[in-house]
Design a protein around this ligand. Structure first.
Ligand SMILES: Nc1ncnc2c1ncn2[C@@H]1O[C@H](COP(=O)(O)OS(=O)(=O)O)[C@@H](OP(=O)(O)O)[C@H]1O
Length: 312
């Protein structure tokens, strides 16, 4: 498969000094390994109706959503002082469809753990997920903060200091649609259209809304994935405890997330700390010029104006 993928349209990111090459297949850009994993999942993955998919474009709040979903479904077994989230990076708590097929199959055989994560666009999800009517939770975020987050993540993952990685070039590339699992607007649009057709199986969450109203959104999430909180749990403060456990302040200060490594055995090894940067709404204001603001707002109006989604 490696050779086939090398025949796809490709783009080497010059602002990353050529350290990253993305390939385009099925209308989205990705690194070779994750395209391979996605194609393998499409060919062989058999979903179970009880599987719950945590879906997102990168840098939109994936780690947060994973931590919350994990804490919600494991809350009978663990509390905020015993949770595996205290010692394990959230990405390692939920298998990734385009990477961890074996682990997902093991979970199917040996446990009732329902969570699977993926960054795949909706149109590239394995058919069995849709025909099994699996629940899908999707998170999206203001595009400007996603661009800044994407920039820093790739810069850090490729060990480039700020002065060697021009933000303007990273912006232009993202604007042209060349981003990890991008174009970002197409990613959102795929899940958005599907959520209109099948609202009973797709829950749309927005990063900024979750920050404004964590309790309401965590309750909504728990209900949607089939693990609603009881009245007694609400009274006992279980929701607030989960929110605190999964907060940026808590997770980013844990030793595992400060000094651990994600996929330590893998070619794509990354330091856990780079998944926890600032988590601030509006950090883009420190990076965008007026011209960038105008360009991206116009693009989003064109691409997503009809949806009513607000990404500015
Ligand atoms: N617990 C929690 N709460 C709120 N926000 C959080 C949390 N953990 C991580 N973050 C911020 O999310 C951004 C990373 O996005 P993703 O998790 O989608 O990245 S990835 O796709 O898994 O690589 C990245 O945003 P930026 O800080 O703006 O870069 C992280 O800092």
């Amino acid at each position: 498969m490696e050779e086939t993928i090398k025949t796809f349209p490709q783009h080497t990111c010059s602002w990353l000094k050529g350290k990253l090459t993305l390939y385009k297949n099925q209308d989205f850009w990705n690194v070779r390994e994750f395209h391979e994993g996605g194609i393998m999942a499409q060919q062989s993955f058999e979903a179970r109706p009880s599987d719950v998919f945590v879906c997102s474009a990168p840098k939109t709040g994936t780690v947060w959503l994973k931590a919350l979903a994990f804490a919600i479904i494991t809350r009978e077994k663990y509390d905020e002082s015993t949770s595996p989230l205290l010692t394990t990076m959230p990405h390692e708590c939920i298998p990734l469809l385009e990477k961890d097929l074996e682990q997902i199959e093991e979970n199917h055989k040996n446990s009732c753990f329902p969570l699977v994560a993926t960054h795949l666009p909706y149109n590239s999800l394995p058919e069995s997920i849709l025909s099994s009517n699996c629940k899908i939770v999707y998170i999206y975020r203001n595009i400007k903060d996603v661009i800044v987050s994407h920039y820093h993540f790739l810069r850090e993952a490729n060990k480039l200091p700020l002065e060697d990685a021009p933000f303007e070039e990273a912006f232009d590339e993202f604007y042209e649609g060349v981003s990890w699992y991008g174009p970002y607007w197409d990613h959102i649009l795929g899940y958005w259209k599907a959520s209109l057709e099948r609202p009973e199986i797709i829950l749309f969450l927005k990063y900024e809304d979750m920050k404004k109203d964590p309790t309401g959104n965590v309750k909504k999430l728990a209900e949607f994935i089939g693990f609603p909180f009881t009245y007694e749990e609400e009274k006992a403060g279980v929701i607030e405890n989960i929110i605190k456990l999964c907060s940026f302040e808590k997770l980013s200060n844990l030793e595992v997330n400060k000094s651990g490594k994600h996929r330590a055995e893998d070619v794509n090894v990354a330091e856990n700390r780079i998944y926890f940067r600032k988590a601030k709404d509006g950090d883009w204001k420190n990076y965008f010029t007026d011209e960038m603001i105008e360009k991206i707002d116009k693009l989003i109006d064109e691409k997503l104006g009809a949806t009513g989604l607000v990404l500015k």
